[in-house]
Design a binder for this molecule. Structure first.
Ligand SMILES: [Zn+2]
Length: 287
């Protein structure tokens, strides 16, 4: 999918869970006629550091935790296949019923998994930042994605094609272990947010989502968001987001400005958020 097509589909939502092929038809009719189902980013050659220690030392550049914990020999084997993409908010990089073409390792971007519904609407059920990866599938299985993978926060991600991974004589064990461990974590996250979306009030869910995003982008960064965007994330009407954000702002917890939200009182927002945030809390050492 070229960037133009990706932007055309940016109002759709993504979900990157791998399913057996027999379930691949779920949500397929939500794909617009003629829409391509793979996203091919405009890659630039990745300037990848030579060791995990170098990864950690860099203030910019590759900062994905999974890649940072690989040993140098694994990095050297994978590095020729790495590419860096600059992703934009709302871009769809993985489509329903498509076989994942690439494994994505977020660096400064945040990706989401979302369930779209017929007739519009949907809800995000998982978000992944530099702590994880998306698009992985077992190289021995032919599986497709349930829904779309969408960019929540713009930024960079390293990716490697599934074909390149499968062509390796043996995929580095450290990478497989990390990917599978993260996949398990992600399923737990999906289950928690499914319950959250069904049971908890919009204000508390909005607080939880903002905290989850901030955990991944750093505490001094504003969160890119519009009311329409947040409505799609939480699966509510835009007016509900307006009222929820206004309530948080009146309480002095956030400041809404055009296209972005600042968190003014993090501890207060944590108290306001539903219990799910404490379950989903992520410590990436962000400051
Ligand atoms: Zn909740």
């Amino acid at each position: 999918m070229d960037e133009g097509t990706a932007k055309h589909n940016s109002h759709k939502w993504g979900f990157g869970i791998d399913l057996p092929a027999g379930l691949s038809g779920l949500g397929a009719k939500d794909i617009p006629p003629g829409a391509r189902t793979e996203f091919t980013p405009k890659h630039t050659k990745t300037q990848y550091p030579s060791s995990p220690a170098e990864v950690r030392k860099k203030s910019v550049g590759p900062r994905n935790v999974i890649l940072a914990t690989l040993n140098p020999s694994d990095i050297q084997r994978l590095e020729p296949h790495f590419a860096t993409a600059h992703l934009h908010i709302g871009e769809v990089i993985g489509e329903i019923s498509a076989r994942p073409a690439r494994v994505w390792f977020p660096e400064t971007c945040v990706l989401s998994l979302a369930v779209p519904m017929n007739g519009g609407g949907g809800a995000v059920v998982s978000i992944v930042g530099r702590e994880g990866a998306l698009g992985y599938r077992n190289a021995d299985c032919e599986v497709t994605t349930l829904a779309r993978l969408v960019v929540q926060v713009p930024g960079t991600a390293i990716s490697i094609s599934v074909a390149a991974l499968r062509a390796l004589p043996d995929v580095p064990r450290g990478l497989l272990v990390s990917l599978r461990r993260h996949a398990e974590t992600m399923f737990a996250q999906v289950a928690q947010i499914a319950g959250c979306n069904a049971l908890h009030p919009a204000e508390a869910r909005l607080a939880r989502f903002l905290l989850e995003i901030q955990d991944r982008i750093g505490r001094h960064a504003a969160i890119p968001a519009t009311q329409e965007h947040l409505a799609s994330v939480l699966g509510v009407q835009r007016t509900t987001i307006t009222a929820s954000a206004a309530a948080l702002q009146r309480a002095g917890l956030i400041n809404c400005r055009r296209g972005a939200i600042e968190i003014l009182n993090r501890s207060g927002l944590e108290e306001f958020a539903c219990e799910c945030y404490s379950v989903l809390r992520l410590d990436l050492g962000s400051s």
